[in-house]
Design a protein around this ligand. Structure first.
Ligand SMILES: [Zn+2]
Ligand SMILES: [Zn+2]
Length: 165
């Protein structure tokens, strides 16, 4: 297994080196060939002497880039997985409260419902999830005698079973 992996890495390193050489060589040939071609066209000559450079440069560049992509494939994949995902998650974390605030602002009824539990003693508004007033400690909930679930202290009927409390 280890030998195979080493050979695989060696193949990949070879791919990268040959890929870089091919891409650079192909790029150089393409540039020289292109300049020669355009010079020849603008001067009205036929095919330039170094036109063959363009003919071999372009395939070399293509093969070199393909080999580079193949050689760095895992790095590219790892990069995309490791670098892009946390960024997306971080961005999501930063946007989540903003989105929640936006949703609450767009829906005032939901906002009111969330802070609806008014203390029967001091009148402070408490989040509905709380069981005691944040300002004076008065119980905000009572236990329904019929079903045993927690209901608001000032509730006339149980919201879970509908019985009078
Ligand atoms: Zn209170
Ligand atoms: Zn009940």
């Amino acid at each position: 297994m280890k030998e195979g992996k080493q050979r695989h890495n060696l193949t990949k390193t070879g791919l990268r080196i040959i890929g870089i050489l091919l891409a650079l060589g192909g790029l150089a040939c393409t540039i020289i060939g292109s300049i020669d071609l355009f010079t020849a066209i603008s001067e009205g000559e036929g095919l330039p002497k170094r036109f063959f450079l363009l003919m071999i440069g372009l395939p070399m560049l293509t093969i070199g880039v393909a080999m580079l992509i193949f050689g760095f494939r895992r790095e590219i994949g790892t990069y995309l997985k490791d670098e892009t995902m946390p960024v997306a998650i971080e961005a999501g974390k930063e946007f989540a409260p903003a989105a929640a605030a936006l949703a609450a602002a767009a829906n005032p009824a939901a906002q009111n419902a969330a802070a609806e539990n008014v203390c029967p003693k001091c009148g402070a508004k408490n989040p509905a999830a709380l069981h005691f007033c944040e300002m004076c400690g008065t119980p905000l909930t009572k236990t329904c005698p019929a079903c045993g679930k927690s209901v608001r202290a000032d509730a006339a009927f149980c919201g879970h079973c509908g019985k009078k409390v």
